[in-house]
Design a protein around this ligand. Structure first.
Ligand SMILES: NC(=O)c1ccc[n+]([C@@H]2O[C@H](COP(=O)([O-])OP(=O)(O)OC[C@H]3O[C@@H](n4cnc5c(N)ncnc54)[C@H](OP(=O)(O)O)[C@@H]3O)[C@@H](O)[C@H]2O)c1
Length: 355
C-alpha cells in the first residue's frame, strides 16, 4: 500500500501532540508537515511537548513546526490533513484546505453541523462517509472535511450504540466529570480548578444532544436523519488530567437485566474491527465488574493492540432497577475523543479508497 503524505494542523496543541504520536510510523500515512500558528513557527516538537505519558521519540522531537498554509501544503503533495485547530480558527482554514483538494480530518466543531459533513465514528456510522461525495462535487478540487465528535459525545455514543440497537432506548440522561486536557493548553486557570469542580462547560450540554442524535442517526437520500432519542446532559470540569468519566442514566419500560446489558456492550464490534484498521481497538467497549471502576487514572488508556491504547471505552457499575439503567463510562478525551478518533476515520476512508 502506498503511504499518503499528511500534515498536522495545531501540532503544538493537546490534540496535535496526540496526532504526532499516533501517526508516528503509521502504515497508511506519512506526516511531512507539522503546522501551528506563527507563535510556534521554528520550534521543534521537543520544545513544545507536554504529554507526560509519552516518551518522545528523538526523530519526532527534532521535527520543526511551520506556519499553517493550505496552498503550500497542497504544493508539497500533501493529501491528508489532521486538524487540531481551535474552532474559532478551524472554519476558514479547514475550508481552504478542502478547497485546495485536501482530505481534512478534523477535531474542531466548526463544520460538524454542515449538511454534507459527517460526524464520523466508524464503529457506529461508517455509512455517513458517503456524505463527502456532495462536498467533493461542490469543491473545485475534490477535497472534503470529515469531523469527529466532541470528546464526551464520542464516549457516550459508543456506549449507547449497541444498547439503542438492541433495546430501542430513547430516554437518556448523562452527567460528566471532564478532565482538564479537554480544555486544551494551558486550559483552565489552576486557581479556578484546584480543589474545585466547575459545573459549566460552554456549549457542551447542547452538543451532547445534537451531535449524539446526528451520529446515532441515519444517512439516506443525501441527508442526515437524527436518531429519535433524547439526551439530557449536565457537564462539569474536574481536576483530572485525561479521561472523561460519564454517569449515564436510561429510562425504559421492561429493562433487560444487568448481565444482558453487559454482554451486549462487551460483544459489540463494528466496521473498524471487521477491517482490522491499525488504530481500531480489538474490543471497542470494555466492561469492568469491579465496584470501583472505571477510573480515569486506571482506565483512560484502555485498548489493544498498542496502537489502539486509549481507543476503547470502559463501562462499569452497571445497575438495573425498575424501568431504569445506570452505569459509568470512561473515554480518553484526547485519544478516542480526539486525535485517535480522526486517525480511525482517516484509516476507514483510506481502506474505502476515499483518500
Ligand atoms: N482537548 C480535547 O480533549 C479535545 C477533544 C476533542 C476535540 N477537541 C478540539 O480539538 C481542537 C484542538 O484542541 P486542543 O485541546 O488541542 O487545543 P490547544 O491545546 O489549545 O491547541 C490549539 C492548537 O491550534 C493552534 N492554533 C491556534 N490558533 C491558530 C491559528 N490562528 N493558526 C494556526 N494554528 C493555530 C495552536 O498553535 P500555537 O501553539 O502556535 O498557538 C495549537 O497548536 C479544538 O477545536 C477542540 O475543541 C479537543
Amino acid at each position: 500500500m502506498t503511504k499518503k503524505r499528511a500534515a498536522i494542523l495545531g501540532s503544538s496543541g493537546m490534540i496535535g501532540q496526540r496526532f504526532s504520536h499516533m501517526l508516528d510510523g503509521h502504515p497508511y500515512f506519512d506526516v511531512v508537515a507539522y503546522c501551528a500558528s506563527d507563535r510556534s513557527e521554528g520550534k521543534r516538537l521537543s520544545d513544545i511537548w507536554k504529554l507526560p505519558d509519552i516518551e518522545l521519540n528523538p526523530s519526532l522531537g527534532s521535527k520543526t513546526i511551520t506556519v499553517t498554509d493550505a496552498a503550500a501544503l497542497a504544493k508539497e503533495g500533501v493529501e491528508v490533513v489532521f486538524s487540531g485547530l481551535p474552532s474559532e480558527v478551524a472554519g476558514p482554514v479547514e475550508d481552504a484546505c478542502a478547497e485546495a483538494g485536501l482530505a481534512v480530518y478534523s477535531n474542531a466543531s466548526s463544520h460538524r453541523t454542515d449538511p454534507d459533513t459527517p460526524i464520523l465514528l466508524p464503529e457506529i456510522n461508517p455509512d455517513h462517509l458517503a456524505a463527502i461525495e456532495a462536498q467533493r462535487q461542490r469543491r473545485r478540487k475534490g477535497g472534503y472535511i470529515v469531523t469527529n465528535a466532541n470528546c464526551s459525545v464520542t464516549g457516550l455514543a459508543l456506549g449507547l450504540k449497541p444498547l439503542v440497537d438492541a433495546f430501542k432506548f430513547t430516554d437518556i440522561c448523562v452527567a460528566t466529570y471532564q478532565a482538564l486536557s479537554g480544555a486544551g493548553y494551558p486550559g483552565v486557570s489552576s486557581l479556578d480548578i484546584l480543589g474545585n469542580v466547575l459545573p459549566h462547560i460552554k456549549s457542551e450540554e447542547e452538543k451532547m444532544g445534537s451531535e449524539g442524535r446526528k451520529i446515532l442517526g441515519g444517512f439516506s437520500n443525501g441527508r442526515f436523519v437524527d436518531a429519535p432519542i433524547s439526551i439530557e446532559a449536565s457537564c462539569a470540569r474536574v481536576a483530572t488530567r485525561d479521561g472523561h468519566l460519564e454517569a449515564v442514566f436510561i429510562h425504559h419500560k421492561d429493562m433487560p437485566d444487568a448481565d444482558r446489558i453487559a454482554k451486549t456492550l462487551s460483544e459489540f464490534r463494528g466496521r473498524p474491527q471487521e477491517l482490522g484498521l491499525p488504530t481500531a481497538p480489538l474490543k471497542p467497549i470494555i466492561v469492568r465488574r469491579e465496584q470501583d471502576r472505571p477510573q480515569p487514572k486506571l482506565d483512560a488508556n484502555a485498548g489493544e493492540p498498542a496502537r489502539a491504547k486509549g481507543m476503547a471505552v470502559t463501562v462499569g457499575r452497571i445497575r438495573v432497577g425498575k424501568d431504569r439503567l445506570r452505569f459509568y463510562l470512561l473515554v480518553h478525551n484526547t485519544i478516542r475523543g480526539g486525535a485517535g478518533g480522526s486517525v480511525l476515520n482517516a484509516e476507514l476512508a483510506y481502506r474505502e479508497g476515499l483518500i
